[in-house]
Design a protein around this ligand. Sequence first.
Ligand code: HEC
Length: 136
Amino acid sequence: MKNLKSFLTGSVVLIAGLSFLSLSANAQPKPWTVPAEYKTMKNPVAKSDASDKAGMALYTKNCASCHGKAGLGDGVKARMLKDFPGDFSGAGFQNQTDGEHFYKTRSGNGEMPKYEGKLADDDIWNIVNYLGTFKK
Ligand code: HEC
């Protein structure tokens, strides 16, 4: 009885360990899927110095720890992440629409946290406007 119990416990631990290993070996960031209605969504917050300023304060507080002050993906937390947070200054990022940046910030993906319910939509749009200032 005791042997059976420790055999079973051992097997469970072994199986859990093996499945954890195989999961982490295959870990790949899930590709983003941005719904079409977000891609073409109009930014309701006009670009202005006031919006950039509000966006900068929110970005510094919520995003810079991973994305870095200038959006280069070099924040202090970035080296603890499995996935590179991206370079916000490059064309691959800047050529996306405001709606894509809004959707990604609001919904998160993998290690990128979800800000829906944490930040008001208008604040996310202010951040989106500020992200545009990282363009090289
Ligand atoms: C805990 C670290 C972390 C924080 C904090 C964080 N992000 Fe991210 N972010 C990531 C990672 C990692 C990715 C890449 C995820 C992926 O590709 O699946 C990412 C991706 C993104 C993308 C998509 C980039 C692209 O190339 O399309 C946007 C937009 C974004 N983040 C915006 C923000 C904003 C805005 C904030 C603050 C409100 C923020 N993030 C806070 C880690 C973070």
